[in-house]
Design a protein around this ligand. Sequence first.
Ligand code: C5P
Length: 404
Amino acid sequence: MNTLAQKKLLVGVTGGIAAYKSPDLVRRLRERGAEVRVVMTAAAREFITPLTLQAVSGQPVRTDLFDPAAEAAMGHIELARWADAIVVAPATADFIARLAHGRADDLLSTVCLATRTRLLVAPAMNQQMWAAAATQANVEVLRQRGVRVLGPDTGAQACGEVGPGRLPAPDELAAAIAAQFTAPRFAGVRVVVTAGPTREPVDPVRYITNRSSGKMGYAVAEAFAGAGAEVTLVSGPAQLPAPAGVALVKVETAEEMAAAVRAAIDGAQVFVGAAAVADYRPAEVAGQKIKKTAETMTLALTRTPDILASVAMRTPRPFVVGFAAETERIVENARTKLERKNLDMIAANDVSLPGLGFDSEENALRVIWKTGEANLPAARKHELARGLVELIGDRYFENRVENS
Ligand code: C5P
């Protein structure tokens, strides 16, 4: 059980029927060692009493912004500074709207505005209110400001309807809140990812490239950043926005990608080669546009550097993960590549399957390492990337323990 020892939590309770779960949440947070203070909105007091929350928190409950006695004991700005996290559970549609608009018309909204600490909200409301465009837009605004949104759960509602909008069970909420304080798995780990195609010029207006969209590599970089890693993404030409929290280096050719990887790789602990690097480039790049005079023409090609293999040859070397786009005997070919290129792990995908792999939203991966393999079934590339990062983590941290 993740601990909350030494943590000071301010629990905000707003006026929805799910407020009946808030006293239980307070108890669960205290069981994990947290010191809890509660602020209720006026509407919350229509559902449960301050006395209940006072009894379970062991502290006087604040409800009013203009309460001279309470303000004298701990002013609202002091309260905002005191908290290591503010958790609003349940957060009604109205409270979410007020938070999104920066209102400060009661104690809880004022404290939320006056704090620099992390803010967590657990929405709970009728499923139609949750689905409403206004609510969804407000929640998106909060997410973009860094507010963590916990839930809602889906199921039977107090109003008799069924759908998303339930407050998660108090023990689940307490676990999710505690998880906010544990360091993410890849914190302090430097990761370099390559993505996208490369573009090998033939003359000033023509080039050789391939169908890679870069989506898988970008999703892997984003998943690593989400897991706390410090990520450099070296990308060939791709029509994708830079993932949040990732240092993006844009390149065109395989040679440029190799140089960018060399510049970024020192001190990196993990390397993922998800780029579809051209294996050959035109041996000579014409200085001028090639004219169509001859009936046929031959383009001489020469090999490009194998970026993945050269990273795997370094000493010390990072944990090296390659991708293998295959059209037949997927596992066999991938395992051969794992050994030939001296990789720690290889993610193979069957690019002959319709709707999967190159330039598509979905993919499926067979992940292979020296002593085992795992199947990541067809899913959106973001979801798949999170699964792959988990598998890399399992192997990477296991190896670190073995080697230490
Ligand atoms: O040998 P093959 O090209 O199929 O291997 C694919 C893997 O090798 C991918 O991870 C790809 O990013 C990497 N690769 C590379 N440099 C190359 C060719 C492939 O890093 N020149």
